[in-house]
Design a protein around this ligand. Structure first.
Ligand SMILES: O=c1ccn([C@H]2C[C@H](O)[C@@H](COP(=O)(O)OP(=O)(O)OP(=O)(O)O)O2)c(=O)[nH]1
Length: 151
C-alpha cells in the first residue's frame, strides 16, 4: 500500500487517563474514529445538542480537509447524529476539533468519556477560481431539479 499522508495531531489538554489517538478500526476503513474527551458522563436529552470536545487539534496539509461524519451505528441505534454533517475542518484550523452531536431520538442518550462519537475522513480539496459570465453553457437539464425526473 502507498505510504499514508501524515497529519500532525496535538492533544489540547493533559488528562491523567489520556484517550487513544484516532485510528482506522479496519484495514480499509475511510474514517478515523473521534472520541469524546469529556470527564465522566453527560446526558443529551431529546433534541439537545452539544459540541463534544475531542481533545485534539490537527495540522492538515494544505490542499486537504477533514470531514467530520456521523457514525451509522449511533444514528441507527440511538438517533444520535451530527447537526452539521459533514462538519468541515479547514487545513488552517488549529483549534480543537469538536463534534456537533444532536440527539434526535425521544430517549435521553448518555455520553461517556472515550465514546467514539464521529469519524474523521481526510479528503483532498479542489480550490476553484470563479469566472463571472452573462450566459452559462446549455445543458439538457437546464434549470430542472428538485425531483424533476420523478420519484
Ligand atoms: O464539525 C465541525 C465543524 C467545524 N469545526 C472547526 C474546524 C473548522 O475549520 C472551523 C470552522 O468551521 P466552519 O467553517 O464550518 O464554521 P463557520 O461557522 O463557518 O465558522 P468560521 O467563520 O470560523 O469559519 O471549526 C469543528 O471542529 N467541527
Amino acid at each position: 500500500m502507498a505510504s499514508p499522508l501524515i497529519v500532525q495531531v496535538r492533544r489540547v489538554r493533559a488528562h491523567p487517563e489520556p484517550l487513544p489517538l484516532p485510528r482506522y478500526e479496519t484495514e480499509l476503513a475511510a474514517g478515523l474514529d473521534l472520541r469524546a474527551d469529556i470527564d465522566g458522563e453527560r446526558v443529551l436529552r431529546p433534541l439537545e445538542r452539544m459540541a463534544v470536545p475531542t481533545g485534539l487539534a490537527l495540522g492538515l496539509p494544505p490542499g486537504y480537509e477533514g470531514q467530520v461524519r456521523p457514525r451509522s451505528g449511533l444514528a441507527l441505534r440511538h438517533g444520535v447524529t451530527l447537526l452539521n454533517a459533514p462538519g468541515t475542518v479547514d487545513a488552517d484550523y488549529r483549534g480543537e476539533v469538536q463534534v456537533l452531536l444532536v440527539n434526535l431520538s425521544s430517549e435521553p442518550f448518555t455520553l461517556r468519556r472515550g465514546d467514539r462519537v464521529a469519524q474523521l475522513v481526510v479528503a483532498p480539496v479542489t480550490s476553484v477560481g470563479l469566472s463571472e459570465v452573462e450566459v452559462l453553457d446549455a445543458t439538457a437539464r437546464g434549470g430542472n431539479g428538485f425531483g424533476s425526473t420523478g420519484r
